[in-house]
Design a protein around this ligand. Sequence first.
Ligand code: GRG
Length: 319
Amino acid sequence: MHQQAIDKVNAASRHPDAQAGFVRQLDLRIARHLSQLSPAPARLAEAARDAMSSGKRLRPYLLHLVAGDAADSDAVLDMAVALEMVHTASLIVDDLPAMDNALLRRGRPTTHARFGEATAILTAIGLLNHAISIANGLEGMDDRQRGALVAILSGVMGWQGLVAGQELDLNGFSDADDGGDALGRITRINALKTGALLCAAVEAGAILGGREDDKRSLLRRFGEDLGQAFQIADDLIDMLSDSAATGKDCRQDAGKETYLAVYGADEALRRCRALLASADEALVGAGLTPDPFRSMIDAIFTPMLDRVPQAAPKAGAAR
Ligand code: GRG
C-alpha cells in the first residue's frame, strides 16, 4: 500500500554515489546495533528496526563529511548511528496523537499507527537510551573527547534542544520566555527543533575529525544556517506538497507561526536560498572542501524545493 510512496521518497533523495556508499555502510551498522537488542521484547525490537529502516540519513552523512580523515572510522559510524537514533526517536514522538497525530512517515505507517501508542513511546525512549550508550562506548579517543560527544547528544535531546523546540512549536512562547518578534520566535523554534541536531552532527564531526578550535564557530554557523534553511524547505513542502510525494503526512503546520505562514512562499524560497549561500560561505571559511557538502545539499534540497508547485529555484543556484 505504501510502496509507491517509499519509491518516490527514495528516488527523490537521489543520493550521489559517495553518499549512497556511506548510507549503505551506515544501514549495515544500524542493523548490527539493532540486532543486539536482546533481551528486549521482540515486538519492541521490531518497532525500533521498523522506525530506523529508512530516511535520508542527512545528519549521519553530515557527521561523516565533517569528520574528514576520520570519516570511515568505527567511531564515526557508531556516532552516526547514535545521531540517527536520536533523530528517529524525535520523529516517533513528533508523530504521536498528542503531538502531530501523523499516520505516515518515511513512506510507512508511523510507529504508533503500526505498533500502538505505548510501544511507540517505549521505542523512542529505548532509542534515546541506546544512542547515549553508543556514545559512552566509543573507542579510539580519550575520555575528554568521549565526554564531549556524550554531552552533545544529551544536550541536543533536552531543554536546550529538541524538547524545548517541540514545546515552543506546539504551545508557543509564554510571557516569561521572551521570544521577541515573529522572526525571532520562528528562528528560535527552528534552531531548537531542527538546527540543533544538524549542529550536533557538525560539532561531533569536528571533534572526531580533530578540526581546529578556531574553525568551530564557522562550522557552527554552517550547521545553524543549514538548519534554518532545512526547516523552511520542510515547511514549504508540508504546506504545498502532498503525502504521496513526501512519504509523510502534510499540512501538519496549519495554524502555526512558520516563516512560510508569516512571509509567504516567494520570500520563504528566497530566504532558504540566502541561508544556503551563507552556509556555503561558512563552510568555505572553515577550510572544508565544499564539493561533497554541495552535492549533499543539492541532493537534499533540490527534490524538496522541486516539490513546491512553483518556479522553485535549484538549491545550488544560490552559489
Ligand atoms: C524524543 C529527543 C526527543 C525529542 C522530543 C518530538 C520532539 C521532542 C522533537 C521533534 C522535532 C521535529 C520533528 C523537528 C522537525 C525536524 C525535521 C525537519 C525532520 C525531518 O527530517 P528529515 O527530512 O527526515 O531529514 P528523514 O525522514 O529523511 O530522516
